[in-house]
Write a protein that binds this ligand. Structure first.
Ligand SMILES: Nc1ncnc2c1ncn2[C@@H]1O[C@H](COP(=O)(O)OP(=O)(O)OP(=O)(O)O)[C@@H](O)[C@H]1O
Length: 262
């Protein structure tokens, strides 16, 4: 494996307004180029974790390091794809402009921007709707625009917060395969949050299982399936079923809280 790209150490988050301890004590690391999925019971602090990693929320204790540098605000070389595609795209900007905007802010020259935008839109199969507006597209297409925007940005780390939770099952499978197809070529390190155990195993090199809140890491499961994944063949493998059973059992126990889950 490559160098450690993302390192979370002793992360704790207490929301001061309510006194709620959303994240208890989390530590894990991601190596260069890995796609690591995070699963856990509902309300266990997955989104809180992602916001702390993204530098959008200050942790109460602990650190997040990106290539060894502590994260104290949104890092330049990180991109985030949220679940709510409807709210993450600007409705008054064309698809092309939406994808281009962060590249402008990054200071990338016009010609290079045009190449990056065209390449990303072609990779997600949206080259022919570059001039359309987000509200003219289906939900799945809008989420593909958000993925293209993240890809074009060429981040060293990509964070995805239940990005496919709001699309139908068929679109979801297509978007999962899109991720598997495009990310390896970018060399991006990805933290992918999902509540779907099958999705976590299908996509991940590893699956990190979180306990109920206050959250700790219960398990860090290596997904030892062939790296070439296929919606039907991979999910039919006996090893896939074993991994699913293992993670499922972990989460069931995790619902009882960290002290009962080990
Ligand atoms: N801004 C906030 N202020 C106070 N409490 C919050 C805030 N955001 C989240 N919480 C609480 O922190 C806990 C963790 O919430 P979070 O959204 O991080 O969990 P989650 O695992 O992403 O949830 P889900 O699986 O339902 O998406 C919950 O009890 C939630 O109510």
């Amino acid at each position: 494996m490559g160098a450690i790209v993302l390192e979370v150490t002793g992360l704790k988050k207490v929301y001061e307004s309510t006194g709620k301890e959303a994240v208890g004590d989390l530590s894990f690391r991601l190596d260069a180029g890995e796609l690591v999925c995070v699963v856990g019971p509902s309300g266990c602090g997955k989104t809180t974790l992602l916001r702390c990693v993204a530098g959008l929320l200050a942790p109460t204790a602990g650190t997040v390091r990106l290539a060894g540098v502590p994260v104290t605000g949104p890092p330049d070389d990180m991109a985030v794809v949220f679940q709510e595609y409807g709210r993450s795209l600007f409705p008054w900007m064309s698809v092309r402009r939406n994808v281009e905007l962060p590249l402008k802010e990054k200071g990338i020259p016009r010609a290079r921007r045009a190449t990056l935008v065209s390449t990303a839109l072609a990779a997600v199969g949206l080259a022919d709707v570059a001039g359309s507006y987000p509200w003219q597209l289906s939900g799945g297409m809008q989420q593909r625009v958000a993925i293209a925007r993240a890809m074009a940005y060429e981040p060293s780390v990509l964070l995805m917060d239940e990005p496919f939770a709001a699309v139908d099952a068929q679109t979801r499978a297509e978007l999962e395969d899109l991720i598997l197809r495009v990310l390896p070529g970018l060399g991006t390190t990805t933290l992918f949050i999902t509540h779907d155990i099958d999705e976590a195993i299908y996509l991940g090199d590893r699956v990190i299982v979180l306990s109920a809140s206050p959250t700790v890491v219960l398990d860090d499961v290596k997904v030892d399936l062939p790296s070439e994944r296929d919606q039907l063949a991979t999910r039919a493998l006996p090893r896939f079923a074993e991994l699913r059973g293992h993670v499922y059992a972990r989460i069931q126990r995790a619902k009882d809280g960290p002290e009962n889950a080990r």
